[in-house]
Design a protein around this ligand. Structure first.
Ligand SMILES: *Cc1c(COP(=O)(O)O)cnc(C)c1O
Length: 236
């Protein structure tokens, strides 16, 4: 059962290696967050056997359940839209919150982290593609968040995250990754209290290779790891 997870991970690592080869990068630079939102603890156990140590969840209830179950054996990242009333449940537990997209959410994280005396690492989710239906801060809002965070001693901004629009050909969204990287590098040149621009989190199952070519530090891959992949079998 679920033996395909191991094969999926081997094939993914090969593709990560190929993308790094094209970009002149070292695969050890890339942090793989295995997005486990569609599987239970058994699926995660299987991925652990094949070397995964960072997992991504997009719902707070699932995050908490899996976090309790694994009890520190692996790290969990919060990658999904976060409501302020649920922030308290993941503070001090999430290794990194990728999806912080408003000053209001930032302030709630500061308040909850201060209450338990921890410093929470976060990324700002930026809506580079400018799709109004999607979550994410504009570049202007991103700067407001960075400036506001200079007064927050319990939140450390570690970088930027984005989601590219769905595209048949990942080359169509290359510009989104390139733009996030540009914004990231511009911001990294300046100095702000409580911001250390270490990571861009970009690229999913469909477009991680292009994201790596454009400088992704963290990729978030779900279906390519956890879904049975029938693509190779359709070669008649
Ligand atoms: C589900 C999800 C992913 C992974 O998507 P796949 O296409 O399954 O790889 C990455 N990031 C976020 C924010 C997600 O919600």
């Amino acid at each position: 059962m679920k033996s395909y997870i191991g094969e999926n991970i081997s094939s993914l690592r090969k593709q990560i290696g190929d993308a790094c080869g094209r970009a002149g990068r070292d695969p050890s630079e890339i942090i793989l967050v295995a997005v486990s939102k569609t599987v239970g603890t058994a699926g995660i156990e299987e991925a652990i056997k094949f070397g995964c140590r960072d997992f991504g969840e997009n719902r707070v209830a699932d995050f908490m359940e899996k976090y309790e179950y694994f009890n520190g054996r692996v790290a969990f990242h919060m990658i999904g839209h976060l409501q302020t009333n649920k922030v308290k449940n993941i503070i001090g537990r999430a290794k990194l919150i990728h999806s912080v997209d408003s000053t209001r959410l930032l302030e709630e994280i500061e308040k909850r982290a201060a209450a338990i005396g921890v410093v929470q690492d976060i990324l700002i989710q930026v809506d580079v593609a400018g799709e109004e239906s999607k979550f994410g801060a504009s570049e202007k809002e991103m700067m407001e968040m960075i400036e506001q965070n200079e007064g927050n001693s319990h939140v450390r901004i570690r970088g930027l995250m984005t989601m590219a629009p769905v595209a048949d050909d990942p080359d169509e969204v290359r510009w989104v990754f390139r733009k996030l990287r540009d914004v990231f590098i511009d911001t990294r040149r300046k100095t702000f209290y409580n911001t250390v621009m270490d990571y861009t989190s970009m690229g999913m199952s469909n477009d991680f290779a292009v994201a790596i070519e454009e400088g992704a530090d963290i990729i978030r891959v779900g279906s390519l790891i956890f879904h049975e992949n029938t693509k190779d079998e359709i070669t008649i």
